[in-house]
Design a protein around this ligand. Structure first.
Ligand code: BES
Ligand code: MN
Ligand code: ZN
Length: 513
């Protein structure tokens, strides 16, 4: 078997980008700011109400007049920036359309605020509109502001150049203390989990080797209450018989890792939720090599693993009353003299054998061993695989929905409901019995792709072969949503960290039980 060569990513070290230039967040009692820079919500057809109307009065109607002149209609997410309005040096107007309804609407409001004020040099007071059915509106808006302000930065720019928060955003809330508590104990934790995932995903793959990724996880969770991290190296992976994970990593000089992040916030001995993430630190396709166009984006092929890790960070930081484990199956998929070939047969940890039809269908290989190991180790209450698994799901659902696959209708409901609440949308896709037939192999138990069958469902069917009868199992294919080419108010261009918000919501339903 292979002796791994330890190779440095680059001879010359890169200077890490500065920590994301996010706003500093604060809360104060909801009353009309007397001066300075402010943000006001504006309703449909430019309607001003509450504090916004009072502010307009203090500006002697100048704000309302500007709304009229500019033809500002107050559509959701629309903005208008004004300067020198009576006592106010700067005013950002943010449209709320027919009114904000959900937590995701509030996040969008916050993200729009962060983007619209990012160049401002003074502290900003933000008036927060009421969203029906949402508690702690101000904390949720602040969460949206953080998410929307995320910026990975540029390599080579020294940290000092961009250091320090750009702007202080003070969100005005009916009860500032309650808002601060909600922010510190809950809402901020979600943004932290998403940021961790985005940082990992954004890092180029010359730096992001499997060992590097494992090290990042160890460092991040060092000292985090309730969390312990285990890293298995290539020798242990091989000794455990994880032929699929080991084989996938075999073409790289940088060996695979299996990382388990255990969080204990629930009852002692209560079976955990398990998030198994695909952690391909770069996917060239291997010997079944990919075309060169867009291959650069395959540095995000570890987004599932990043989301799983980020979700545990969120649960730990908000002290969630649940037990959960992230299992990261990490390898680099490279073509090489030692790489696996199409036609090869691998033995997975469960004993099931796999005929390799394409070395580019590698995500399901690493997940098969990750999922099996997780079940052996933890006997989970529920297991989910999350992966940038197939181009087919991108064709089917684009960049707005991730694909959801499960035989368990109850779990499908839990996930679809969590998707709705978190704003990370899911669409339930089928796995027909014929799809299982399509991956039967003549020479092994299964093959890793199925001719003529729908690609995203084939990936799901393959993974279901490794889910035990007693494990409630869900698969989420995030190939289309993990990376945004243009971005929106809460998810800037690039790494999304999709899955952290979804898993956080899923965990909440188990906490409530
Ligand atoms: N990482 C890719 C899937 C992907 C495609 C992610 C586009 C993000 C954007 C995955 O490993 C892959 O290559 N899948 C193949 C599977 C096929 C060979 C059965 C695909 O979808 O083409
Ligand atoms: Mn691939
Ligand atoms: Zn891949």
């Amino acid at each position: 078997m292979k002796t791994w060569i330890t190779a440095a990513a680059t001879a010359i070290a890169l200077v890490l980008p500065a920590a994301a230039d996010v706003p500093a967040i604060g809360f104060a009692k909801a009353e009309r700011p007397s001066k300075g820079a402010i943000v006001l919500p504006v309703g449909k057809d430019g309607a001003l109400s509450g504090i916004a109307r009072d502010a307009d009065r203090a500006a002697k109607g100048a704000i309302a007049e500007a709304i009229m002149t500019a033809g500002f209609k107050g559509g959701e997410g629309q903005t208008l920036t004004l300067y020198g309005m009576g006592p106010y040096s700067a005013v950002l107007l943010v449209g709320t359309g027919d009114g904000l309804k959900s937590a995701t609407d509030l996040q969008t409001y916050g993200g729009t605020v962060a983007r619209g004020t990012s160049a401002w040099k003074s502290a900003v007071n933000v008036v927060v509109p009421d969203a029906a059915d949402v508690a702690q509106d101000a904390a949720i808006a602040a969460q949206g502001a953080m998410l929307g302000a995320y910026d990975f930065g540029k390599w080579g720019k020294a940290a000092e150049e961009a250091a320090g928060p750009k702007v202080t955003l003070t969100f005005l809330a009916p009860d500032a203390n309650a808002a601060t508590r909600a922010w510190e104990s809950d809402a901020r934790a979600v943004a932290e989990g998403v940021f961790f995932a985005r940082d990992l995903i954004s890092t180029p793959s010359n730096i992001k080797s499997p060992a590097w990724m494992a090290d990042q996880v160890v460092a991040k969770f060092d000292g985090v209450d309730g969390v312990s991290v285990t890293v298995l190296d290539e020798t242990q992976i091989e000794a455990l018989g994880m032929g699929a994970l080991y084989g996938t990593g075999q073409g790289s000089v940088r060996p695979p890792r299996l990382v388990a992040i255990e969080y204990k916030g629930g009852a002692q001995g209560d079976a955990p939720l398990v998030f198994v993430g695909k952690g391909i630190t770069f996917d060239t396709g291997g010997i079944s090599i990919k075309p060169s166009a867009n291959m650069w984006r395959m540095r995000m092929d570890m987004s599932g693993a990043a989301a799983s890790a980020g979700a545990i960070l969120t649960l730990a930081k908000r002290d969630a009353k649940v037990n959960a484990v992230a299992v990261l199956a990490i390898a680099e998929n490279m073509p090489d003299g030692n790489a696996i070939r199409p036609g090869d047969v691998l033995t997975s940890m469960s004993g099931k054998t796999i005929e390799i039809m394409s070395t580019d269908a590698e995500g399901r290989l690493v997940l098969a061993d990750g999922l099996w190991w997780a079940q052996e180790q933890y006997k989970p209450k529920m297991a989910v695989t999350i992966a940038t698994l197939t181009g087919a799901v991108v064709g089917a659902l684009g960049s707005d929905y991730a694909g959801l696959f499960t035989k368990d209708d109850g779990l499908a409901g839990t996930f679809l409901d969590a998707a709705e609440k978190s704003g990370e949308s899911l669409w339930h896709l089928p796995v027909h019995p014929n799809t299982f037939k399509a991956i039967k192999s003549d020479v092994a138990d299964v093959k890793n792709s199925g001719e003529g069958a729908p690609g995203a469902s084939v990936g799901a069917a393959f993974l279901m072969e490794w889910a035990k009868e007693e494990t409630p199992f869900v698969h989420v294919d995030i190939a289309g949503v993990a990376w945004q080419n243009s971005g929106n108010a809460v998810d800037p261009k690039g790494a999304v960290g999709y899955g952290v918000r979804l898993f956080d919501q899923v965990a909440r339903t188990y906490e409530a039980k």
